[in-house]
Design a protein around this ligand. Structure first.
Ligand code: GLA
Length: 454
């Protein structure tokens, strides 16, 4: 056995427990017979080459320590290439340093590392074409103002590269309609203009009415208090809600394909299935139906959605089903938005699968509207370890397998926020580090991205 083969077989023995725990797939692949390693890209200084074939002299080290950078990097001084992973037959090795013989061929090369690198990646919307649309939401989040799509070039490049749908969340009451007669359109105008530059993209608007949010700036409860300090009547409340929804929807009439009309109104512990709060006190249990009736009249060409979280919890699922069925029977609704703010092991894929099957019985479109995976809920980790990165990748893979199983009912999947540095989970419910998305803080794709695209 050659020295190289002995080295490989020693590795295999050493890494078996780690590999058995992992569900691996090919990223970089090594052909042990020819000695050729094929990798998606390699950075030489500031120049990035894609689709590189190189011959390998010797593998120096493999470890489970994090590689500093998810790019493949080549150091021409000592002839060493660092890559995140290598596939040898059926075995997979992580964080590998090798010495390189010669570069046989390279694909494209370009300078300007991020844009160049981004251009070499597979596009998520193309990978899932024929199954469902893919895109992002939370591109304008009041919670992460430092990372707005309009001003962040890395976010823009990622969104443009991977999307064929966008969920524009500029319609929070506090942003767009902060007080009586005051409307602020700048964010919605500019985000929609940016989206419209991308021909063929579908556009979602989020969110016309979020009546039970605990924040006074979001729930529009100020509308309900008259000048005498008392609550307005049901009729007055409906007129005010009509003005709110109609003003937004007619301004952009025909430009949004989908509207989230009502967000988070269900509470299965209430007899009527609707959350308690001032809006219910003033209008009554049919306030969701009232909002959808107004929205239907305001823009009959838009598809109207009801959007909620914890949508897989059986009791809540049934309450959402009942509400949406009522709306469907009256021709007022076209789709259900499943927020999908999930964790590593919750919900189980079985619970999720059951929920989607149940909603699919209604024959409406289903959108995954706000997908992210909280992998550090207790703040135990201070860095994204290779094991955690792999666990996240496996979680994304199993979630997308469920979505793909229901392709047809599920017509779109969107991440909430774009990069780990723009995630709302960095500021809510706590401020510890978390890495819930497919792109790291710098916008580089994580293992989870490669798991979905390879
Ligand atoms: C919910 C809402 C979104 C957004 C996220 C957090 O899921 O539907 O509008 O506020 O929370 O960013």
């Amino acid at each position: 056995m050659s020295f190289f083969k002995q080295l490989i077989s020693r590795w295999v023995r050493g890494l078996v427990p780690f590999l058995m725990a992992a569900n691996c797939w090919a990223i970089d692949s090594y052909n042990a017979t020819s000695g050729v390693l094929t990798i998606p890209q390699v950075a030489l200084g500031n120049v990035l080459y894609s689709n590189v074939n190189i011959t390998v002299d010797q593998i120096l080290a493999a470890s489970t320590q994090a590689v500093a950078d998810s790019y493949d990097t080549y150091n021409p001084v000592n002839n060493q290439l660092s890559i995140p992973s290598v596939q040898v037959g059926t075995a997979k090795y992580y964080n590998v340093v090798i010495t390189v013989g010669k570069i046989i061929s390279v694909g494209n090369s370009c300078t300007g590392l991020f844009s160049c690198y981004n251009a070499t990646l597979p596009s998520l919307s193309k990978v899932y074409a024929g199954k469902f649309l893919f895109g992002f939401g939370g591109v304008h989040d009041t919670l992460v103002r430092s990372k707005l799509l309009q001003t962040d070039s890395v976010m823009q490049q990622i969104v443009v590269k991977h999307s064929n749908i966008i969920n524009i969340n500029c319609f929070y009451a506090g942003s767009v309609h902060p007080s009586s007669g005051v409307w602020k359109w700048t964010n919605c105008d500019s985000l929609l203009a940016l989206a419209e530059q991308n021909t063929g993209w579908k556009k979602r608007a989020h969110v016309a009415f979020w009546p039970f949010n605990s924040s006074a700036s979001l729930n529009l409860e100020w509308l309900l208090v008259g000048s005498d300090g008392k609550n307005v009547s049901r009729e007055q409340a409906i007129a005010l809600l009509r003005d709110h929804i109609t003003t937004m929807m007619t301004r952009y009439k025909g430009r949004f394909n989908y509207w989230d009309v009502v967000n988070e109104a269900v509470d299965y512990t209430q007899a009527d299935g609707i959350r308690a709060g001032l809006w219910k006190d003033v209008i009554g249990s049919d306030l969701v139906e009232v909002a959808f009736t107004i929205a239907r009249e305001a823009d009959p060409s838009a598809k109207l959605f009801y959007n909620d979280f914890n949508e897989w919890v059986p009791a809540k699922r049934e309450a959402i089903y009942t509400l949406v069925k009522k709306l469907k029977d009256k021709g007022l609704i076209d789709g259900i938005g499943l927020q999908q703010h999930v964790k590593l092991t919750s919900p189980t894929t079985a619970l999720l699968d059951t929920a989607i099957s149940r909603y699919a019985e209604l024959g409406l479109e289903i959108h995954v509207t706000e997908l992210d995976v909280e992998i550090n809920p207790d703040g135990i980790y201070t860095e994204l370890t290779p094991e955690l990165s792999l666990a996240l990748a496996n979680r994304y893979k199993e979630l997308f397998a469920v979505y793909a199983k229901h392709a047809g009912s599920i017509t779109a999947v969107m991440n909430w926020n774009v990069t780990d540095s723009s995630s709302w989970l960095l500021s809510f419910p706590s401020t510890h580090a978390t890495w819930p998305l497919l792109f790291d803080a710098d916008g580089k794709p994580k293992l989870a991205f490669w798991g979905l695209t390879n």
